[in-house]
Ligand binder design. Structure first.
Ligand code: HEM
Length: 151
C-alpha cells in the first residue's frame, strides 16, 4: 500500500467541512446505491434491525478520516472497532469495490459541482487507502478465528 500523496491529503482534509455538513446525506445516498445489490443488502439486514444508525455512523467515520487524514494514528481505536464490527458481520475484502462504487457517486450526487474531478479522485484514493488498512486488519482477525479469508 502506498502512502497518500501530500496533494491528496490536502484535498481530502479541505473537504472536512462539507463532509461535516452533508455527511449523512452522502452516506444515506450511498446506502441507496449499495442496497440495489441484494447480496450486499443481506449483509446489512441484521444490523439494520439492530439500529437505524448506519448512515450516521459511517458519516462520522468519513468525517473523522477527512479531519485526521494527516494524522492517522488518532484513528487506530476507531479502525479497530470498525474492523471488529465488520468481521462480526462477515464483511470480506471482495465487498470493498461495491462500497467504493456507491460512495464516490453518492459524493457527487450530494455535492454536485463542489465535487469536481480533483475532489473525487482524491476521495477515491483515500477510500482505497482506508479500505486497505481495514482489509488487512480484518484479514488478521479472521485468521485468529481460524478462518483464512479470500485474500
Ligand atoms: C473504507 C470503507 C468502510 C468504512 C470506513 C466503514 C465504516 C463502518 C463503520 C464506522 C461502521 C460502524 C461500526 C460501529 O459499530 O461503530 C461499519 C459497520 C458496518 N459495515 Fe462498514 N465500512 C467500510 C466498508 C464496508 C464494506 C465494504 C462493507 C460490506 C459491504 C461494510 C459493511 C458493514 C456492516 C454490515 C456494518 C454493520 C452495520 C452497522 O453497524 O452499521 N463496510 N462500517
Amino acid at each position: 500500500m502506498s502512502a497518500l500523496s501530500p496533494e491528496t491529503i490536502a484535498i481530502v482534509k479541505s473537504t472536512a467541512p462539507v463532509i461535516q455538513q452533508h455527511g449523512v446525506a452522502i452516506t444515506s445516498r450511498m446506502y441507496e446505491r449499495l442496497f440495489v445489490d441484494p447480496k450486499i443488502k443481506t449483509l446489512f439486514d441484521e444490523a439494520a434491525q439492530q439500529s437505524g444508525e448506519q448512515p450516521r455512523r459511517l458519516a462520522g467515520a468519513l468525517l473523522a478520516f477527512a479531519s485526521n487524514v494527516d494524522n492517522l494514528d488518532v484513528l487506530t481505536a476507531a479502525i479497530e472497532r470498525i474492523a471488529a464490527r465488520h468481521v462480526s458481520m462477515n464483511v470480506k475484502a471482495e465487498h470493498y469495490p461495491a462500497v467504493a462504487n456507491a460512495l464516490l457517486p453518492a459524493i457527487k450526487d450530494v455535492l454536485g459541482d463542489a465535487a469536481d474531478e480533483r475532489v473525487l479522485n482524491a476521495w477515491g484514493e483515500a477510500y482505497w487507502f482506508l479500505a486497505d488498512v481495514l482489509k488487512r486488519r480484518e484479514h488478521g482477525l479472521y485468521a485468529q478465528e481460524g478462518y483464512s479469508g479470500p485474500e
